[in-house]
Write a protein that binds this ligand. Structure first.
Ligand SMILES: Nc1ncnc2c1ncn2[C@@H]1O[C@H](COP(=O)(O)OP(=O)(O)OP(=O)(O)O)[C@@H](O)[C@H]1O
Ligand SMILES: [Mg+2]
Length: 186
């Protein structure tokens, strides 16, 4: 489904990614492991189109998406949950979820997916009118995942989904990741 081939990514003069290659087969869960500063986030940000590799290829479902703008990549079914969640703090839970479906026009499908997100994360339903900036860290993680799911991703990228969460919640989030994968998302 995804093949990253020998990419090199720079922040100005800083050579952050030095020739990373990886494969993500359709239907699987693949984990990228590395120490702080190793380049995990940069790799994900490059795949999702927030950065452009200087050299190398990123093949997603056969298309080279290196340098394609991020919103176009989301439209192709590849969506990222960023490190640190980045929910829209001054908007409600519901509004954040609606924004996840920004590129879609199928109203019925959007309503159904919203229901599914609330089933997966009942806590978000209880707090649907709450401003997202006032959610706990774990709830914000759920919201960031729910928002990504609202784009109907075929391939979901999660950057440190367990960062800063209590062990019990980490277990819950990982179970939900398994569930998302079993329902067909790579
Ligand atoms: N905006 C930036 N400008 C300059 N250098 C950057 C920038 N963002 C990241 N870097 C550098 O790129 C390298 C890779 O960083 P990256 O954030 O991808 O690592 P990471 O593996 O996600 O680390 P962590 O586990 O701490 O999240 C680091 O050396 C970092 O200092
Ligand atoms: Mg990171």
């Amino acid at each position: 489904m995804l093949t990253v081939e020998d990419i090199n990514v720079y922040y100005g003069a800083i050579h952050a990614i030095k020739g990373i290659s990886l494969d993500v087969p359709d239907g699987e869960i693949v984990a990228l492991i590395g120490s702080n500063g190793a380049g995990k986030s940069t790799t994900l940000r490059t795949i999702s189109g927030l950065m452009k590799p200087k050299t190398g290829k990123i093949l997603y479902e056969g298309h080279d998406i290196a340098g394609v703008p991020a919103h176009k990549i989301v439209g192709m079914g590849l969506c990222q949950v960023p490190e640190g969640r980045h929910v829209f703090a001054n908007m409600t839970v519901m509004e954040n979820l609606e924004l996840g479906a920004y590129l879609r026009k199928d109203k019925d499908g959007i309503a159904k997916d919203m229901d599914d997100v609330f089933k997966k994360f009942p806590r978000l339903l209880e707090r649907k009118d709450q401003l997202s900036g006032t959610l706990s860290g774990g709830e914000q993680q759920m919201l960031a995942m729910g928002r990504a799911l609202m784009s109907r991703p075929k391939l979901l990228l999660l950057d440190e989904p367990s960062m800063g969460l209590a062990p019990l919640l980490v277990k819950e989030i990982f179970n939900i990741i398994k569930e998302i994968n079993e329902s067909g998302t790579t």
